[in-house]
Design a protein around this ligand. Structure first.
Ligand code: ADP
Length: 186
């Protein structure tokens, strides 16, 4: 494997990318950067960004590109990102992907590698509505919206990265899926 692991772990809501990202943190010694987690922390802290983001997130829409791009740009400058990072939930739009490509290029880093977890829609809906994390966007209406937004705005990001994208079956045990991701990256 190359020296730096700049990884985008993507997939629809409920595909398990957050769980797998946390496992990769331990395996590879790189930080997980979850824009969803960062935004939820902003909401909890009552910051200006949090106040703007809450209603958008609760209905399952995307927070504006400039907000999340700035969050990621700043986060990637921290020293723990030197060996790489696993981005979880970013980029979600073509504008975010183009911004990330530019950030990596301008900082002389390797281009991102992309792993996409695939899970059928019915299973996604079942998982999210069953997970009981108490997220205010895990309602029937918000989940339907998040799935639609994923197809409309995020699937084109996979096309942007083209044949570099490794698609991984997201059905199986946690260990199996982690092993599939590691094989795809080897
Ligand atoms: P999920 O993948 O289950 O939808 P996330 O935690 O990744 O959960 O995201 C939750 C919400 O946070 C999204 O529905 C969206 O409102 C907001 N969000 C997270 N990442 C981004 C992003 N990259 N761009 C815009 N909005 C985002």
């Amino acid at each position: 494997m190359s020296a730096q692991l700049n990884l985008i772990l993507t997939g629809p809501p409920g595909c398990g990318k957050g769980t797998q990202a946390r496992r990769l943190v331990e395996k590879f010694g790189i930080p997980q950067i979850s824009t969803g987690d960062i935004l939820r922390e902003a909401v909890a802290s009552g910051s200006e960004i949090g106040k703007r983001a809450k209603a958008i997130m609760d209905r399952g829409d995307l927070v504006p590109d400039d907000v999340v791009i700035e969050i990621v740009r700043q986060r990637l400058t921290r020293p723990d990102c030197k060996p790489g990072f696993v981005l979880d939930g970013f980029p979600r739009t073509l504008a975010q992907a183009a911004a990330l490509d530019g950030i990596l290029r301008d900082s002389g880093r390797e281009p991102a590698r992309v792993v996409a977890l695939t899970v059928a829609d019915d299973e996604l809906r079942r998982r999210v509505l069953a997970r009981g994390e108490g997220r205010t966007d895990d309602t029937e209406a918000a989940v339907a919206k998040r799935l639609a937004v994923y197809k409309r705005d995020t699937e084109p990001v996979l096309a942007h990265y083209g044949s570099a994208v490794k698609r991984i079956d997201g059905i199986g045990s946690l260990d199996e899926i982690t092993a599939r991701i590691e094989r795809a990256l080897a």
